[in-house]
Ligand binder design. Structure first.
Ligand code: HMG
Length: 394
């Protein structure tokens, strides 16, 4: 039975910060960001847009009533949790009106966990071929003003519907994972921004790629030649580019190298404009590849490199399904272009705003532009979400 990704939705914040403006404010050569990191802008989420609103908006784009009646598992992969106990998936299950007899949970391992979620979804569908699993990767990446990671922030969510007979990508059964206990990037409970050993983290990323790829090749008798494209976790596109260059070897024909490089450029188009969205970054790269490549064809194989600091890495592959082009959104770039541009002071105010609670645990927020859903207020420590046209006061 073929199992894989049937639909993909994307939501990113409605505000953007241009890297050229950030460079000016941080007294940095703009080429460092545009060429050195390969980033043009970042999506900036206001306080009323969180992993729940982004995740629900990404899923809302792709779900029909029939899907809502058949989904029996909702998994949210994230490292920007809004609650230590209640899973974001439970909020999203409610907001989307998914039938009640479903399992909803949250998964965590830095940027990696959406890959584990897809694998769990695959196992679930293998045992219940009629069911559909909604996998959402949703994060807000915040490093702090003036930090080395600041230009690699971002926010967004990918929603993927995993089914039998998928219409975009059929998973191959070839996953190879690696775990190594390192402190390259971590965020203790008491800190709202991560601690990072930046250069060490890039070395871990590249070494995990090299060693996991070697093991993947050995176990699956695979060659780079077999793939039309290699999608990477994209903390910033330049690092993924280094990853691709590490894999290219002399045995490849010039045409194959050209194809892999052209498809790589297609895969980083959205990340260049959105930034790092942690768990969703790899799948944002995949969506960007699908919607921007000029050469992809049904039947071709795509490789995926998932990396989450800490660290867990995984390589797996899938095969493009006939008709995959019909499942894409030709209007995506226009939506990204519609994001409202922020000045640097406006970005600093918006992105780092925190809730101010009264002594009953209530907090209200200014009215910001969000996707389909918004965090309306916090009422006695309970987060209350609304569809944009609705209000709890109505
Ligand atoms: P930095 O200060 O930007 O480092 O920090 P840099 O000074 O080495 O500059 C970066 C690149 O810009 C270099 O290119 C420079 O040469 C170039 P490279 O040598 O790498 O090819 N450059 C210029 N290019 C053109 N014109 C110029 C110019 N100046 C410099 N004028 C660092 C980089 C990664 C440390 C920082 O961005 C950071 O801390 N980021 C956050 C951590 C991160 O993203 N790590 C990636 C691996 S870990 C990961 O992927 C997991 C993660 O997603 C989290 C998770 O799993 O949850 C982060």
């Amino acid at each position: 039975m073929s199992i894989g990704i049937d639909k993909i939705g994307l939501a990113t914040a409605k505000y953007r910060l241009d890297m050229a403006d950030l460079a000016l404010a941080r007294d940095t050569d703009p080429n460092k960001y545009s060429v050195g990191l390969m980033l043009d802008s970042l999506s900036i989420a206001p306080i009323t847009e969180d992993i729940v609103t982004l995740g629900a908006a990404a899923a809302e784009q792709i779900l029909t009533e029939a899907d809502r009646a058949r989904i029996d598992m909702v998994i949210v992969a994230t490292e920007s949790s809004i609650d230590q106990s209640k899973a974001a998936a439970v909020f999203i299950h409610g907001l989307l009106g998914i039938q009640p007899f479903a399992r909803s949970l949250e998964m965590k391992e830095a940027c990696y966990s959406a890959t584990a979620a897809l694998n769990y979804a695959k196992l679930h569908v293998a045992s219940k071929p009629d069911s559909k699993v909604l996998v959402i990767a949703s994060d807000i990446a915040k490093y702090g003003i003036g930090s080395s990671g600041e230009p690699t922030q971002g926010s967004g969510a990918l929603a993927m519907l995993v089914t039998s007979q998928p219409r975009i990508l059929a998973f191959n059964d070839d996953n190879v994972a690696q775990t190594r206990d390192v402190m390259d990037f971590w965020r203790p409970n008491y800190s709202s921004t991560p601690f990072v050993q930046g250069m060490f983290s890039t070395k871990q990323y590249l070494d995990c790629l090299k060693t996991t790829w070697a093991e993947f090749q050995k176990r699956n008798q695979a060659q780079l030649q077999d793939f039309a494209a290699f999608c990477f976790h994209i903390p910033y596109p330049k690092l993924a580019n280094k990853g691709l260059n590490k894999l290219l070897d002399k045995s490849l024909s010039e045409e194959k190298v050209e194809e892999l490089k052209a498809n790589f450029q297609a895969s980083i188009s959205y990340s260049r404009q959105i930034g790092n969205i942690y768990t969703g970054s790899l799948y944002l790269g995949f969506l960007s590849l699908l919607e921007n490549s000029h050469s992809l064809k049904a039947g071709q194989k795509i490789a995926f490199f998932s990396y989450g600091s800490g660290a867990v890495a995984e390589i797996f592959s899938g095969q493009l399904v006939a008709g995959f082009e019909k499942m894409l959104d030709s209007n995506r770039q226009a939506q990204l272009d519609q994001r409202q541009k922020l000045t640097v002071p406006a970005y600093e105010k918006l992105f780092f705003e925190e809730a101010h609670f009264d002594d009953q645990g209530n907090a209200d927020f200014d009215n910001y532009d969000t996707h389909t859903f918004a965090l309306e207020r916090i009422d006695h420590h309970q987060r209350l979400y609304k569809r944009k046209e609705e209000s709890y006061d109505n």
